[in-house]
Design a protein around this ligand. Structure first.
Ligand code: FDA
Length: 283
């Protein structure tokens, strides 16, 4: 049985770009940038991966046509990573050709741990060909991240750092919040020190406040990093950060394949279930 979209609307901006675009405009009017995500993952069919690539290209054109202050975030499993790496890379390069033509930016989201090495390999190929038009995501909770961060910082990569959203075993990822926060700070500091621009993706006040203090104490100006949050969460905090002069970007997901994304948001935080229940009783 398919859940009605009604349940997801708290976290998902619409089932189509035309529904999501006004939400982006509203954010932009508040001084908040966006990154649009056409939802979906784990495509097993070549024709669908190619169709998705075309839809991502159309999305870049839609952003240009509507003059949105937005980039895009993509998942390589939408572009054929489950089919074969070469095919996926080819699709990504088609998209990056379009991004380069439109002077746009594509961020590669990070998925479950089985995909990390292959995602980084494809990202590095893309980075060497398309430079500043492509960026990557790093999940602080993975044990391997200490080495990955050191290398990406040396490469001056454009990194979004987040805690990590997938269920991973203790052999692969840290499991408790104090440990994850500690490494998040360590890796964020390394990125802030060594790279041109860092994207800090969290709703966690402890990490937001820590970042502000670290930047202040180390003379890192506000235009060298941004905070990123998810659509539907902590808009007041985003607005307050903009008011304080920080750069803020909201991740705006849309599309019909919203169930896995929605499920991760519910698993992350039990309070999110209350958000959903409360939206059920609002018009
Ligand atoms: P977390 O859920 O750990 O909560 C910690 C504390 O923050 C809470 O106890 C509370 O104090 C505060 N808090 C959190 N949410 C709040 C709310 N709504 N209201 C008030 N307080 C709140 N993951 C991944 O694996 N790959 C990816 O590519 C991405 N991409 C990504 C992009 C962006 C822009 C974001 C914000 C996140 C991701 N993530 C992700 C998800 C990320 O890994 C992580 O699962 C979630 O951000 C949850 O962790 P947080 O640090 O945000 O808060």
């Amino acid at each position: 049985m398919r859940l009605p979209f009604f349940f997801a609307r708290r976290f998902v901006a619409g089932e189509s770009f035309s529904q999501a675009a006004p939400e982006v405009t509203a954010l932009n009017n508040k001084g908040i940038a966006a990154t649009l995500d056409l939802l979906g993952e784990n495509v097993k069919d070549k024709a669908i991966a190619e169709e998705t690539t075309r839809e991502y290209c159309d999305l870049l054109e839609g952003i240009r046509d509507r003059k949105l202050n937005a980039t895009i975030s993509i998942k390589l499993t939408m572009m054929g990573l489950d089919i074969d790496d070469h095919f996926c890379r080819k699709n990504l390069f088609v998209l990056l050709d379009k991004a380069k033509e439109l002077d746009q930016f594509v961020r590669i989201d990070m998925e479950g741990s089985d995909y990390v090495q292959r995602t980084l390999d494809i990202y590095r190929d893309a980075r060497s060909k398309y430079g500043r038009h492509v960026g990557i995501v790093i999940q602080a909770y993975l044990h391997r991240t200490r080495d990955d961060i050191a290398q990406l910082a040396d490469e001056n990569a454009d990194v979004r750092i987040c805690k990590g959203a997938y269920k991973e075993p203790p052999s692969i990822a840290l499991q408790n919040m104090p440990d994850i926060r500690a490494v998040f700070k360590e890796y964020t500091a390394e990125l802030l020190k060594k790279t041109d621009y860092t994207r800090i993706a969290t709703h966690d006040d402890l990490l937001i406040d820590w970042t502000k203090s670290y930047a202040r104490e180390n003379d890192i100006p506000k235009d060298r990093f941004e905070f990123q949050m998810l659509y539907g969460l902590r808009l007041n905090t985003c607005e307050a950060l903009v008011e304080e002069g920080y750069n803020v970007r909201v991740y705006v997901p849309y599309g019909t394949m919203w169930v896995p994304y929605f499920t991760r948001r519910l698993r992350e935080r039990k309070e999110n279930i209350w958000f959903i229940l409360s939206t059920m009783f609002k018009k």
